[in-house]
Write a protein that binds this ligand. Structure first.
Ligand code: HEM
Length: 429
């Protein structure tokens, strides 16, 4: 009996000890570490909304977003307070750099150009990308957007070559290939199950069969079929939604600024007449480049660029704790009157008449639709060329105005989207 008693006491004490240790661990993660980081950053002048147990700032962010979505916006381009109301409100309250919380995960929101340059131009892996969730990896593949280190360097070199200006001159051939590629993929849709997991696996199998022929004989250039599959997914998902967003907002802007629509059409007809756009003409579309840049400034498809401080690190005069996320809301810089002037919220493509460097007065982080530094958008040329071709072909055929049915409500769902679509009235020319 005595032995059983001792065993019971030992077991219950071990259980108690286990629960105590687990509790200490939970408290350490959910309470002690956030409070310590809040204090550490506060003492360096980086303030922010108080950390709340479990939620961090997420509840406040959701409430602010809900409230913003219920407010009508008219046709104003002053969209920061609508699309990212927490950032708008907290930059005003706490300053250019502040601390917010995604649950217990600290995020330092950074809008000071010098710090942004230091983070995004870094080449020694001090500020890697944040680790992506499993489902995001499944969607994007372990391709350029998410990979790091040697794998990233090798794939980036190949991608730089593929997206180089000269390579893009074959864009018509490529788009034909893409159409048939995705048509085939969609044509097989009936074989996919409704279950996402199985659907993705099927897409992956399909990509395997399609790309296995594309193996380079030169061993140093060789990439695995898995790499090819991952890059196909990456380019599709990184390129599709973003370019859609750019086109939607540009059509919206031209539909309400018909003087610029007319200017753009004149340029297109001068260069191409009623023929399909050609590579040489595309490089000469100056007015259209200005319009696209102004559209990307007011309505950037990607609203923020995120990095992580891998270890404790010095950034400018700040000491950042390890594992803190660095959140760069490019949309806030694009809408900053201190950078762009009092007319910051007006659509004025003429800002870009002498190029991006002049428009930003060589302050590169002022305009970051495609990021900057070694991990900037590899598809930048492809995306702008695609947009120029599409807009040229629309302008050659139609004049368009905004439909009275349109409701202006830019909101974020991965990219910056028009919540209810962009309805326009097309007038055949
Ligand atoms: C208007 C259209 C687009 C916008 C606004 C855009 C924006 C961006 C931004 C801001 C980044 C940097 C992300 C970061 O630093 O964390 C990025 C990276 C990337 N983009 Fe785009 N993108 C566009 C179109 C495309 C297209 C068409 C492709 C491919 C066909 C593409 C492929 C990529 C890839 C692979 C990366 C990761 C590059 C790396 O980490 O080395 N993007 N994009």
């Amino acid at each position: 009996m005595a032995v059983v008693g001792i065993l019971v006491i030992c077991l219950s004490s071990s259980l108690c000890l286990y629960f105590l240790l687990a509790l200490i661990r939970v408290l350490h993660t959910l309470w002690w570490t956030p409070i310590r980081i809040q204090y550490q950053m506060g003492s360096q002048g980086i303030k922010g909304p108080s950390y709340r147990l479990f939620n961090g700032s997420t509840k406040e962010i959701l409430n602010l977003k809900k409230e913003a979505m219920s407010r009508p916006l008219g046709l104003s381009h002053d969209i920061l307070s609508k699309a990212q109301p927490h950032i708008h409100s907290w930059i005003n309250k706490y300053g250019k750099n502040y601390l917010q919380w995604y649950g217990p995960q600290p995020q330092i929101v950074i809008t000071e150009p010098e710090l942004i340059k230091e983070i995004l131009n870094n080449r020694d892996s001090t500020y890697p990308k944040e680790e992506v969730k499993r489902y995001v990896k499944k969607l994007l593949g372990d391709g350029l957007v998410t990979s790091e280190g040697e794998k990233w360097a090798k794939m980036r070199k190949l991608a730089n070559y593929a997206f180089h200006g000269e390579s893009l001159k074959a864009i018509d051939i490529r788009s034909d290939f893409q159409d048939s590629f995705w048509e085939q993929l969609l044509g097989r849709e009936e074989h996919f199950s409704d279950d996402d997991e199985i659907g993705f696996d099927n897409i992956e199998k399909f990509l395997y069969t399609q790309v296995s022929w594309h193996q380079d004989a030169n061993a140093s250039q060789k990439i695995s079929v898995q790499d090819m599959v991952d890059e196909c997914k990456t380019f599709y998902f990184a390129g599709q939604e973003t370019t859609n967003s750019l086109l939607a907002w540009t059509v919206f802007l031209l539909a309400i600024h018909t003087d610029w629509q007319e200017e753009a059409r004149k340029e297109v007809l001068n260069l191409f007449g009623h023929q399909n756009p050609n590579p040489d003409g595309i490089t000469k579309l100056k007015t259209m480049s200005m319009i696209i840049n102004e559209s990307l400034r007011l309505y950037p498809p990607v609203l923020a660029i995120i990095r992580k401080a891998e270890r404790e690190v010095r950034l400018g005069k700040l000491t950042l704790p390890a594992e803190v996320l660095l959140f760069i809301p490019n949309i806030a810089l694009h809408h900053d009157p201190q950078i762009w002037g009092e007319d910051v919220h007006l659509f004025k493509p003429e800002r870009f008449s002498e190029g991006v460097a002049k428009a930003t007065k060589n302050n590169m982080p002022a305009f970051l639709p495609f990021g900057m530094g070694p991990r900037n958008c590899v598809g930048f040329n492809f995306a702008t060329t695609e947009a120029k071709i599409t807009l040229s072909m629309i302008l050659q055929r139609y004049a368009f105005t905004l439909s009275p049915a349109y409701v202006h409500s830019p909101f974020q769902l991965l990219t910056l989207r028009p919540q209810h679509g962009v309805q326009v009235l097309l007038h055949s020319l």
